[in-house]
Design a protein around this ligand. Structure first.
Ligand code: SAM
Length: 329
C-alpha cells in the first residue's frame, strides 16, 4: 500500500501522458507555449503500462486518471487505456482533457474501457475562449463534450477555472449550460502552478466568491458530506437536486488531510503532491533494469515522505519548478 507518515493512503493515480498542450490557458502557460520535454525523456507507452500495472496490482491503486498536458495528443492513448482496463483488480479509468479531438476519440476510448471524462471548459463565449486559451477552439470542445455523453463516458464532468476580469461573469451561464446538458460542473480555484508565476492571491476568485456568484441565481444546499469522500470538490445540490455543482477550494479550503492522490509525470517521476518540490525518479531505475518489486519499493518510499499539506499559506511557500502542464493536473 502507498501510505504516508500521516496515515493517508494513495489509491488515486494521476498519470501525465505528455506535457504538450494545444491550448495556452492563461492560468497555466504563456501564449507562446513552453519548451516541451525532449521525446527520449518521455516514458514509452510500454513503460507507462508497466508502471500503472505495478501501481494497481501491487500498490492498491484503484483509480487511474490519464492527464497531461493534453492526453488526447498522445498517439497511443487508446492502447494505454485498454491496458489499464485489462488489469485485475480492474481500476476505474478516467481522463482529464480539454476535449479537443474527443469528438473523434470518445467512442474508441469508451470501447477500450475508459469509464468517464472530465472536460475543461472555462467559458461559453468564443471571444473569451480565444482571450483565455489563445486558440479558437470552443466549437471543438463543445463537440467533444457531446461525443463523450453519446459514448457513455458518464457522468461527464466539467472543470472550470474563473479568472478575474476574464470569465468571472460566466459562473452562472456555465452552471445553466451544465444543468441543461446533464454535465456535472466543478469550479476549481486558480492555483499557483502557472509557468509564468503570475498567480496572485488577491486576484484569485475564491470558493466563497464563486458560491456568492451562483447563489444569486440558484438555490444551493450542501450535499451530504458522505458523497464527497476524499474527493476535492465540496458538493451542493442545485435547486433541491438531484443535480449538483462542486467547488474545489484548493487554496482557501484545502483538503490535504484526506488527499488520496499520487502522480506520475510524463517523464517518469513520482510526485506525492501537486505542490511537491521533490520528485522520485522511477524512469532511471526502470531503464536500468529494475524489477517490479524494486520499482514498487521506490514508489512506496516516495509516498511515505508526503508532507501534511501544500503549504500555500506558509511564508516559506515555494511554487514547484514544474508548471501544472508538466506535472499532470
Ligand atoms: N489538458 C487537459 C485539460 O485541459 O483538462 C488536462 C491537463 S490540465 C493541467 C488539468 C486541469 O488543470 C484543467 O481542468 C485545468 O483547468 C486545470 N488547471 C491548470 N492550471 C491550473 C491552475 N493554475 N489552477 C487551477 N487549475 C488549473
Amino acid at each position: 500500500m502507498l501510505v504516508d507518515s500521516f496515515g493517508r493512503v494513495a489509491t488515486d493515480l494521476r498519470v501525465s501522458l505528455t506535457d504538450r498542450c494545444n491550448l495556452r490557458c492563461a492560468y497555466c502557460m504563456p501564449p507562446e507555449g513552453l519548451d516541451w520535454l525532449p521525446k527520449p525523456d518521455l516514458l514509452t507507452a510500454e513503460e507507462i503500462v508497466r508502471l500503472v500495472a505495478i501501481g494497481v496490482e501491487r500498490l492498491g491503486i484503484t483509480e487511474v486518471r490519464y492527464t497531461g498536458g493534453e492526453p488526447l495528443l498522445r498517439r497511443e492513448l487508446v492502447e494505454i487505456v485498454a491496458a489499464a482496463a485489462r488489469l485485475a483488480p480492474r481500476p476505474q479509468v478516467s481522463l482529464t482533457t480539454n476535449g479537443i479531438g474527443l469528438a473523434r476519440l470518445a467512442a474508441p476510448l469508451a470501447e477500450a474501457g475508459l469509464d468517464r471524462v472530465n472536460v475543461s471548459l472555462d467559458t461559453l463565449d468564443p471571444d473569451v475562449f480565444v482571450r483565455l486559451a489563445h486558440r479558437d477552439r470552443l466549437r471543438d470542445v463543445l463537440d467533444g463534450l457531446a461525443a463523450a455523453e453519446r459514448a457513455g463516458l458518464t457522468p461527464v464532468k466539467i472543470n472550470a477555472v474563473l479568472m478575474r476580469g476574464i470569465n468571472e461573469h460566466e459562473a452562472v451561464p456555465l452552471l445553466r449550460f451544465s444543468l441543461d446538458h446533464g454535465y456535472e460542473l466543478r469550479f476549481i480555484e486558480q492555483m499557483p502552478l502557472d509557468a509564468q508565476h503570475g498567480w496572485r492571491r488577491e486576484n484569485m476568485i475564491t470558493a466563497d466568491e464563486i458560491l456568492g456568484l451562483l447563489k444569486g441565481s440558484f438555490d444551493l444546499t450542501e450535499d451530504d458530506p458522505r458523497h464527497r469522500g476524499s474527493a476535492p470538490a465540496e458538493l451542493f445540490l442545485v435547486n433541491g437536486g438531484p443535480a449538483r455543482v462542486g467547488v474545489i477550494g484548493s487554496v482557501t479550503r484545502p483538503f490535504c488531510g484526506s488527499c488520496d492522490r499520487v502522480r506520475l509525470t510524463a517523464d517518469g517521476q513520482i510526485r506525492n503532491c501537486l505542490f511537491a518540490t521533490e520528485e522520485s525518479d522511477l524512469r532511471t531505475a526502470l531503464r536500468s533494469g529494475a524489477s517490479d518489486e524494486d520499482l514498487a519499493a521506490r514508489w512506496v518510499a516516495a509516498v511515505r515522505g508526503k508532507k501534511p499539506g501544500h503549504g500555500i499559506d506558509d511564508p516559506s511557500f515555494l511554487q514547484p519548478s514544474r508548471p501544472m502542464s508538466a506535472i499532470g493536473g
